[in-house]
Design a protein around this ligand. Structure first.
Ligand SMILES: [Zn+2]
Length: 185
């Protein structure tokens, strides 16, 4: 695996430590956020338009005026960022096994990382955006494999493995990290 698990768990600890209240997604100046498992320091600046800018290790929250809702701005960015990623990966995997995806959605889900409907719609949990990219790839492979096998039988796992050979490692990773990841924001 190419990502640094130590760095990742360090970020989780920092996040949980810096704000122990249930309202964790305050995105305060100087606090940390992870994107695809990489850690960034949050900095607030004033600008002409409301947006997020990533530069080096800094996650800039640019607001035109203080009354703009930080949470809305950040979550919109996170959703778009994850959407771009899962769209690319899901379609790539779908092409490999010759299936078609009807629709892809990114939603706030607190109990699972993805889902696949019988109509061929795939949904992904917004909190995946904090996970390392290879783990997101696994979830995409898993959901795309459901387009062929709507169960968790042997054929399903063989299909998942054909798309994502290290699926066992990814499953273990999610078993160990899901709880902290869902608690992040
Ligand atoms: Zn499944």
């Amino acid at each position: 695996m190419s990502f640094d698990l130590f760095t990742f768990s360090g970020w989780i600890r920092k996040w949980l430590f810096q704000d122990p209240s249930p309202e964790k997604s305050s995105f305060e100046e100087g606090s940390f956020i992870a994107l695809f498992g990489k850690e960034y320091k949050i900095q607030h600046i004033q600008g002409i338009s409301n947006r997020i800018v990533i530069q080096d290790d800094i996650f800039f929250i640019v607001k035109s005026k203080p009354s703009v809702c930080t949470k809305t701005l950040v979550f919109k960015f996170l959703k778009n960022t994850l959407m771009t990623k899962v769209q690319l990966k899901s379609h790539e995997y779908a092409a490999k096994i010759g299936v078609t995806i009807s629709k892809i959605a990114v939603k706030k889900m607190r109990s699972r990382w993805g889902s696949c409907s019988s109509a061929g719609n795939l949904s992904y949990a917004l909190h995946l955006v904090f996970a390392p990219e290879p783990m997101i790839d696994y979830v995409c492979a898993h959901e795309v494999a459901h387009l062929l096998h709507m169960n968790h039988g042997k054929d399903f796992w063989n299909c998942t493995q054909s798309l994502y050979p290290e699926y066992k490692y990814a499953r273990k990773w999610f078993r160990e990290n899901s709880k902290s990841l869902f608690a992040c924001a």
